[in-house]
Design a protein around this ligand. Structure first.
Ligand code: COA
Length: 371
């Protein structure tokens, strides 16, 4: 048995497939490249939910229902958010989500889809001494998230954020999805299952990496020598954030999709609602590409036995920075995308009716049975 359950197949799924050798991600029969930048997040929610909820409406109706869920979550949770503001922004979001009903219906699922998108901007605004902006139920999900954050959203930024949410919607049996399925297998409600996923996503080896990517880029910019800085980190036994993956032995396909979305964003000259204009974004992206090349080279030399490539988190960090989110909230936005996959996996696991209950091998002291 490998400690990290490497190569252990623990579920059959129709939801997504990660081809680590070929560098492909399939979501319910569609390649990532077909979906990202072409499908809206609401459409992908429908794709993932199909067959797992009775009476699932069509795309347009479902997107409207997600909008109504945003309003409902805001009205329900906004009065208690001030209490959560002293927590870190991820824990505060999780505390808010824990207040949602623990049901099994589509309405429960839609509240969970809405919650990270509503709570993150509201908590950020409250933390900064500003009044939360209420959701607009008619707006598209990503655009409304940015509007709640900054009061306005440029179409280009909304499109980039939508591409991000679609890109991270599901990804095989990653740690948070597995945690979600374990809880769902006990037939606990959807909120309980999603809270397990949220807990797992928080760690820096999983969804907590993009914040440290920004810290790394800033430190490298200040040092003036990317390769020397990166070599120093490796020598200290540190990991380079945004690189390496348990499954991908080639470049993570999500990194390319997000890089393309950033390029498209940089090429748009319209004023963004984020803090970064397109010129600054272009130079930030060019700098990040230099760091990426230096990191790949340093890792190739330092870890020749392992193919360590760029993962999703590297360009996630840049995209969410451009969208105007502070680095502390990057994992919240990851959760806003991944929650759709978690819910679908929870339903898929519950439908098997089988409790997940593996065994451990006892390696502790043996009692003296003679005495
Ligand atoms: N930087 C430096 N070394 C790395 C590394 C990284 N980002 N990722 C893996 N390695 C090294 C390990 O130190 C180890 O080296 P060793 O054999 O000399 O001890 C070797 O590669 C294998 O590490 P292991 O932990 O078994 O690899 P893994 O495939 O299970 O790790 C991650 C996957 C994601 C946990 C790992 O790549 C990582 O920590 N990356 C940085 C965090 C990150 O970006 N997370 C987001 C993932 S989407």
């Amino acid at each position: 048995m490998a400690n990290g359950l490497d190569d252990v197949v623990a579920a059959d799924t129709v939801l997504s497939d990660v081809d680590g050798a070929g560098g492909h991600l399939t979501v319910r029969g569609h390649s990532l490249k077909e979906l990202a930048g072409h499908w809206r997040y609401g459409q992908v929610v429908r794709l993932l939910f199909d067959g797992f909820f009775d009476e699932l409406p069509g795309d347009a109706e479902l997107e409207r229902a997600i909008g109504s869920a945003r309003v409902e979550v805001f009205d329900r949770l906004q009065p208690m958010l001030a209490e959560f503001v002293p927590l870190d922004i991820y824990s505060a979001m999780r505390a808010g989500m824990a207040m949602l009903p623990d049901g099994e219906e589509l309405a429960d699922a839609l509240r969970l889809i809405a919650a990270p998108a509503v709570l993150t901007p509201a908590l950020l605004r409250l933390g900064g001494g500003e009044t939360p902006v209420a959701p607009d139920e008619k707006a598209d999900h990503a655009g409304d998230m940015l509007r709640m954050l900054a009061g306005a959203a440029s179409p280009a930024l909304a499109r980039a954020l939508d591409t991000y949410l679609v890109t991270v919607c599901d990804h095989g049996l990653n740690a948070s999805t597995f945690a979600t399925r374990v809880v769902a297998s006990t037939q606990a409600g959807l909120t309980s299952a999603i809270l397990a996923g949220l807990g797992a996503l928080k760690g820096p080896l999983h969804g907590g990496a993009p914040g440290p990517v920004i810290e790394m880029l800033d430190a490298i910019e200040a040092s003036g020598d990317a390769a020397a800085w990166l070599r120093g980190e490796i020598a200290r036994g540190e990991r380079i954030m945004g690189f390496g993956h348990r499954i991908y032995r080639v470049r993570d396909p999500r990194a390319d999709v997000l890089k393309a979305a950033l390029r498209q964003l940089g090429s748009r000259k319209e004023t963004s609602a984020g803090k970064m204009g397109s010129g600054k974004m272009d130079s930030r992206l060019a700098f990040a590409e230099t760091v990426e090349q230096a990191a790949l080279e340093v890792l190739r030399i330092a870890k020749p036995q392992r193919s360590i490539q760029t993962n999703v988190e590297f360009y996630t960090a840049l995209l969410l920075e451009a969208a105007g989110f502070p680095k502390e909230a990057f994992s919240n936005v990851f959760a806003a995308g991944r929650v759709a996959g978690w819910i679908a996996h929870a339903r898929e696991q519950q439908a098997t009716g089988r409790l997940i209950r593996p065994q451990s091998r006892y390696v502790g002291p043996v009692p003296d049975l003679v005495a």
